[in-house]
Each structure stands twice: as structure tokens, then as C-alpha cells.
Write a protein that binds this ligand. Structure first.
Ligand code: ADP
Ligand code: ASP
Ligand code: MG
Length: 462
């Protein structure tokens, strides 16, 4: 069996949803399919923006009306095309979810407060609606659809906004479907629920991760991620017009590129499929006949040592430094334990050899929390002036080059930094993994774009 995931633009309007239905139907003729869908393009942003707006005193009404409008037109069109009978149940479900959204948003407006758990609950509503639109179309196309509720099967921890699956429990919940005959197992992406049944989201772009979790739990033969570009490109095609589609790549290469900013894959998508060696193909719903990018275990050695180049924007760097840290054992452990306890993920770490300072990068929206956490952890040392004030340097980006063959090419680091220098980019910090599969530089936010400019020497690195 195969798992197919369709992203926001792939379900962006009635015509596209029809095309998704056609693709699924063609696959069902050969094998059973697990289908994971994102929210209709723009809906998750709308939901998150609505919470921010009402907390700033705006009225919730236009947002609720907007949410209805974003799906209403599609429902009308689909009902007209396939027959209203197929969309009566979806309409009822969508009305219920919309009511739930209205109640919650009104609640947030009144209380002027929104917990991380309520924000996740609201954020999940795009997927909870879109899945019913797809279900209607698949049924209208004559397919037998089993709808899965991630609250029942995708069990996660309670890190709202960036939850992780509890795989043994998830596998148990998927057990009734593994190896069984079904036509379509349909599941909304992006969210699950914790042990207490509270909705949790897997981080922005998390439907890719949902699909990988489903593929691993069902021990699928393959995973297909259907999106709006022809596959994984050598660099973000929006930033680098000369970027080209990669025919294939290894799991570690895909993992590194996704982790360091290639938005086409949620950073944690690859781990579950890599563990089981499930081939993963990135395909374009607009050009389904194009081959896409195949991520698998037996990748041919590339002639180019650098497989791809990525930029992760919106990064902050936090430094813990002070004369009192020199040679004191356990400082790094304290820093990273405190950060981990708060559920903050660390993107990159560097430490000067004097052990006088430890620097690490986190996403900008977690910077404030990270600083407060460390100020608390080191409050005694701060009072004794052994540790300097802990501050975040914001508006940074990480520029990375990735490739399994990079280790066999001498001088690549020289080319990397030479390229950055020639693009007049100031490097704030650097990191290279032990596997030599990745070299990353932390740079000023605006500088990353200059490095990727088509005239830049850096961009030509291979
Ligand atoms: P979906 O809604 O299908 O999940 P996303 O918008 O999350 O789609 O991801 C696809 C987008 O990722 C592309 O439109 C492209 O702009 C961006 N992107 C960034 N880096 C890369 C890359 N290296 N290869 C392909 N796409 C990339
Ligand atoms: N709809 C969610 C988001 O926009 C998840 C996804 O698209 O994968 O982040
Ligand atoms: Mg995505």
C-alpha cells in the first residue's frame, strides 16, 4: 500500500480537489491508499492570524465570515459538479467545525487570552474541514473511504505547536488497518492529540510529517508528497531561478535540507520513513507525469558533492558567556536541559574552545522564552557576575550546503566561505557536522538573500 499526501495548493480549489480525487482513484486501481490532506491553502494562516487579531482588540466576526467563505464557494461548486447528495454530510460536519471555531474565537476575544492548547485546537480546523471536502469527492468518484480521526490514532506528547508522535502507541492505533484490505484510508494532516485527548499540532507544514507517521505505522511500500513544485530543488526555486529538480537524494540529505529550511518538506518528515527504508517521492500535482524527486536508500553517488543549498530564515542566536564558565563542567548540560524542558528546539550549536561561551540558534519566536529560561537557570551565577547578561541576537538566517559526497571534496569549506565573502556576507557563526554532510553559516537576515542572488559566486558552489 501507498500513502499519498496532498498539500494546501493541491486542495486549493474545487478543480484541484477533483484532480486529487482522480490521482487517488488511479492509484486505488493498483493498491490500497492512505491519503493525508492539508488545509485549503491560506486557511491555517487565516486561523492563526485571527487569534492574533482578536488579542489585539479586533472583532472576530470578519474572521469567522472569512473562514465560512473560504470553504463555502468550494462546497457550492463541488455540489454542483458531483451532486448535492455527496456533500450533505460534509456540509453538516463543516457547519459544526465552523460553529466550534466561532465559539472558541469569541471566547478568546472575551478572555483576551489564548493558551497554546486552544491555539492548536483552532489551528487544526483547516484540516478538519478540508478532509470532508476530499471525502465527498472521493465518495462521488465511487471510492470506499474510511475516515480516520487523528485524535484517535495520532497520539503525541503535549508540546503544543510542535508535538511529537508517541510511535509505539501510534502503531497500536493503526494496527487494525495494517495489512488489511481497504480502498482509501483518509486522514487530515497537521494534528494529533495528547494522552489527555487535547489537540496538538506538529508544527507548521506538519501534514508531511503526519503522512510519514502514517506510512511508518502502516509499513507502507511508499510515501508520495504531492505539492506545487516538481520535486526537491537544488535550492528554493523562489529565491534561486536557476535551481533544478533533484532526481534523487538519500534520506540523510533530505533530512538535512528539510531541517535547514527547504520548506518543501517538514523537517521531521524523513525520520519515520528512513527508519523503515520507505521510498519517498515528491511530486507536482500540477504536472503529475513529471518524475519528481525520489528519496531512498540506494542513491547513486552524485558527481556534484553539494546536493543542495538551503536557507533557514527567522533565526535567533543566544549566547551564554562569562568568565565564571571557564572550565566548569556541566554548563552545556544545564543550558540544554533547561532549554529542552521548555520544549524549545535547538537548531545549531557552537562553542568556542575556551569554553568561555556557548552559542546556539533557535527559531526567533522561541528566543524570548529561551532567554527567560536561561536567566532563571543561571540566576545565582548572574548575581555573582559569573555569567554575563543572556541576550538573543535576532533577525538572522542560516545558510547551509548539504551533500553526502561533501566529505570527499577537499577545500569545499574554503569555497563555501569564499563564496559568502565575495557576496559581501558577514558570517556570525559556523557549524559543520561530524558526518561532513553539511556546512552551515549563521548570517544576517538580509545577507542570506544576497548569497543566493543569481550573480553571487556562492550560489554557483558545487
Ligand atoms: P505544500 O502546501 O504542498 O505542503 P509548501 O508550500 O509547504 O507546499 O512547500 C512547497 C514550497 O516549498 C515550494 O512552492 C517552494 O517554494 C518551497 N521550497 C523551498 N525550498 C525548496 C526546495 N529546495 N525545493 C523545492 N521547493 C522548495
Ligand atoms: N496547514 C498546515 C500549515 O499550513 C499544515 C500543512 O500545510 O502541512 O502549516
Ligand atoms: Mg508543506
Amino acid at each position: 500500500m501507498k500513502v499519498m499526501k496532498f498539500g494546501g495548493t493541491s486542495v486549493g480549489d474545487a478543480r484541484r480537489i477533483h484532480e486529487v480525487g482522480t490521482l487517488v482513484k488511479a492509484t486505488v486501481a493498483r493498491e490500497p491508499v492512505g491519503v493525508v490532506v492539508s488545509a485549503v491553502s491560506g486557511v491555517t494562516n487565516h486561523l492563526i492570524d485571527s487569534v492574533a487579531a482578536v488579542l489585539k482588540g479586533k472583532s472576530p466576526d470578519p474572521f469567522i465570515a472569512g473562514f465560512v467563505a473560504m470553504h463555502g464557494e468550494m462546497l457550492t461548486q463541488l455540489s454542483r459538479q458531483f451532486g448535492a447528495g455527496f456533500f450533505r454530510d460534509p456540509q453538516t460536519e463543516i457547519d459544526l467545525i465552523t460553529k466550534d471555531y466561532g465559539n472558541l474565537l469569541n471566547g478568546v476575544t472575551l478572555l483576551q487570552e489564548c493558551s497554546a492548547s486552544i491555539l492548536d485546537h483552532i489551528s487544526s480546523m483547516g484540516e478538519r474541514v478540508s478532509v470532508h471536502l476530499i471525502a465527498g469527492v472521493l465518495k462521488a468518484l465511487g471510492l470506499n473511504v474510511t475516515l480516520l480521526d487523528p485524535r484517535q490514532c495520532l497520539v503525541t506528547d503535549s508540546v503544543f505547536g510542535n508535538a511529537s508522535p508517541r510511535m509505539p502507541e501510534v502503531e497500536k492505533r493503526f494496527e487494525p488497518y495494517r495489512g488489511r484490505s481497504f480502498e482509501v484510508l483518509l486522514m487530515p494532516g497537521f494534528f494529533g492529540a495528547d494522552a489527555a485527548g487535547k489537540i496538538t499540532t506538529l508544527g507548521r507544514g506538519g501534514s508531511d510529517f503526519s503522512a510519514a507517521i502514517m506510512a511508518a505505522a502502516l509499513k507502507a511500500d511508499s510515501l508520495e508528497i504531492w505539492t506545487d513544485v516538481d520535486g526537491v530543488f537544488s535550492a528554493d526555486p523562489r529565491l534561486v531561478p536557476d535551481a533544478f529538480v533533484l532526481e534523487e537524494m538519500s534520506y540523510p540529505e533530505a533530512m538535512e535540507l528539510a531541517f535547514f529550511g527547504a520548506k518543501v518538506l517538514h523537517p521531521r518528515t524523513i525520520a519515520p520513513v528512513a527508519a523503515l527504508g520507505i521510498p519517498t517521492i515528491i511530486k507536482n500535482t500540477f504536472h503529475p507525469d513529471n518524475p519528481g524527486t525520489r528519496i531512498h536508500a540506494d542513491v547513486e553517488q552524485s558527481r556534484r558533492p553539494v546536493r543542495g543549498l538551503s536557507v533557514l530564515a527567522g533565526v535567533a542566536m543566544i549566547g551564554v558567556s562569562g568568565a565564571g564558565l571557564r572550565g566548569v563542567p556541566g554548563v552545556a548540560a544545564r543550558v540544554f536541559s533547561a532549554i529542552a524542558r521548555e520544549g524549545i528546539s535547538v537548531i545549531l550549536i557552537t562553542q568556542a574552545s575556551s569554553e568561555y561561551s556557548i552559542c546556539f540558534c533557535v527559531s526567533e519566536n522561541q528566543a524570548q522564552k529561551a532567554v527567560e529560561t536561561l536567566e532563571g537557570e543561571f540566576s545565582l551565577e548572574r548575581k555573582a557576575a559569573m555569567v554575563d547578561a543572556i541576550e538573543a541576537r535576532r533577525e538572522l538566517s542560516i545558510v547551509s550546503v548539504v551533500g553526502d559526497q561533501m566529505k570527499s571534496r577537499r577545500g569545499l569549506a574554503g569555497t563555501f566561505f569564499g563564496g559568502l565573502a565575495s557576496a559581501d556576507v558577514n558570517v556570525v557563526a559556523i557549524a559543520q557536522g561530524l558526518s561532513e554532510r553539511n556546512i552551515s553559516a549563521v548570517v544576517g537576515g538580509g545577507d542570506a538573500e544576497r548569497a543566493l542572488d543569481e550573480k553571487s559566486e556562492f550560489q554557483k558552489i558545487d
